[in-house]
Design a protein around this ligand. Structure first.
Ligand SMILES: C[S@@+](CC[C@H](N)C(=O)[O-])C[C@H]1O[C@@H](n2cnc3c(N)ncnc32)[C@H](O)[C@@H]1O
Length: 271
């Protein structure tokens, strides 16, 4: 299987993976993910020769990944018996970056063709299961162990789901665990509306299907769900200190555009 077998929204995994691969080449990287470089080269051996193939503009996505990693590490330190649901995982190597103890059971979920690619590119490990399913077909939740703390991570996924699908997903995950943490990122209503002009989304036929100006309000969907906090992305200190100077200047300029800084919000909930 090659990346040519991916269709629509599945192809959105590539730009994020490329950003993580390029980050790994920085002298002082944000993530330092060797698997990202390996996976990107397997996905598209000629990626650097493509248009914008070595552009570091996507580094804000790496700052987003770092925020999710840091939150996940904190949760797993406090809950070493947790079950992790990493939804819309793409080819992200979070389980290898975090390297949880054997007491944690980790599930990576994405569409079957993405999971097939993962099987070919990334190594298996103990206490780690791949689920090949659409996240919206909630029968996959029946395969997950109950009675333990749950950690749900959805990086770059929610904007591709409708509000109704997100609501069903979040409430079902809360119902499945006695306690836990949910980490997501959402786009603003403006970014959702603008996405129909986004050249990458149009090329991949993968437009955003939801947007939220107040993602904290998602907690209102379930009586046990509580908003905790947000992490910065487009003005993240780690981006502004580690990105190459040209990229930092570009983000400083773009952050002057009204609405840009908070066009993506990285949000944490607990229950
Ligand atoms: C922007 S990529 C992010 C990939 C990965 N989380 C990362 O940050 O590198 C979005 C991912 O969500 C997956 N996705 C989108 N809709 C999905 C659905 N309904 N069910 C399962 N996966 C989905 C895509 O296949 C893709 O891998």
């Amino acid at each position: 299987m090659q990346d040519g077998d991916l269709v629509g929204v599945q192809r959105t995994l590539a730009p994020v993976l490329r950003a993580k691969a390029l980050d790994n080449r920085l002298t002082d990287p944000i993530l330092g993910d060797e698997y990202a470089e390996l996976a990107m080269r397997r996905l598209d051996p000629a990626y650097e020769s493509r248009r914008f193939g070595t552009s570091q503009i996507g580094l804000s996505a790496v700052a987003r990944a770092k925020a999710h990693d840091d939150w996940a590490r904190g949760f797993l330190a406090d809950h070493p018996d947790a079950v992790v649901l990493h939804l819309g995982c793409g080819l992200d190597a979070r389980v290898y970056r975090i390297d949880p103890p054997a007491t944690v059971d980790w599930y990576d979920l994405d569409y079957p063709s993405v999971i097939e690619l993962r099987r070919q590119i990334l190594p298996p490990r103990e206490h780690y299961t791949l689920i090949d399913s659409s996240v919206t077909d909630l029968t996959w939740l029946e395969r997950i162990p109950r009675g333990r703390p749950g950690l749900m991570i959805a990086e770059g996924l929610l904007p591709y789901l409708t509000e109704t699908e997100i609501r069903r997903l979040l409430t079902s995950v809360v119902d499945a665990f006695p306690t836990g943490q949910i980490q997501v990122d959402t786009v603003s209503v403006g970014a959702w509306r603008m996405s129909k002009w986004d050249p990458v989304g149009r090329r991949y036929n993968a437009l955003f299907r939801s947007g939220f100006d107040d993602p904290a309000a998602l907690a209102d969907w379930h009586p046990r769900l509580e908003y905790v906090d947000e992490a910065p992305m487009n003005d993240a200190p780690v981006l502004m200190s580690k990105a190459p100077a040209t990229v930092r200047r570009l983000y400083r300029l773009m952050n002057l555009i009204p609405g840009f800084t908070r066009s993506t919000r990285i949000v944490r909930f607990r229950f």
